[in-house]
Design a protein around this ligand. Sequence first.
Ligand code: PNS
Length: 190
Amino acid sequence: MNRGANGGNRMKTVVCPGSFDPITNGHMDIIQRASGIFDRVIVLVAANQEKRGFFTPPERVEMIRRVVAEAGLQNVTVDSDEGLLVNYIQRVGACAIVKGLRAVSDFEYEFQMSLTNHKLLPACETIFFTTSARNMYLSSSIVRQVGKLGGDIAEFVPACVYQQIRQKLTGGKEQNEGGLTDEKSGIHPQ
Ligand code: PNS
């Protein structure tokens, strides 16, 4: 029986928060694994004051919804919020925050956020999933950097996200062949 952040018994709902700018194969791996364990998973595009956005929050939400639908994850929903994460957790009655941990370099930051959230809302637990070895190196900022500088990011993100990034970087011009070519944009079709 589960007692969540608001107390009481309920389905096990967890929130996977992040910037998701954009969602990567690494994020999807964590979401898929969480979806196999918990009753309900809410992927939350949350505000990170330290980061400037590449995609807008509504664009990120839409991309994640597509990827989740393509993966057939029926117990996963996608939302966005601009406030404190713990307030959102309380509002939706989630029992925990789920995050992926890649390497020691992630630990300090994640540990600090976990302790802060726990201080703000003592009933709120943070559960860390060890990232799959194949995604150890992957992050949204790496994807953005490599894409902007002409590297091939097709294996870093889901196929529909790859198309969205390509459109963003070329301003959609590749569709009418009036703008950057794939070669110039640095992103190559799968
Ligand atoms: O993918 P990121 O950028 O590492 O995710 C960080 C995120 C968005 C989860 C974090 O900044 C967050 O929780 N933002 C919501 C606002 C908040 O509650 N900030 C205090 C966190 S201790």
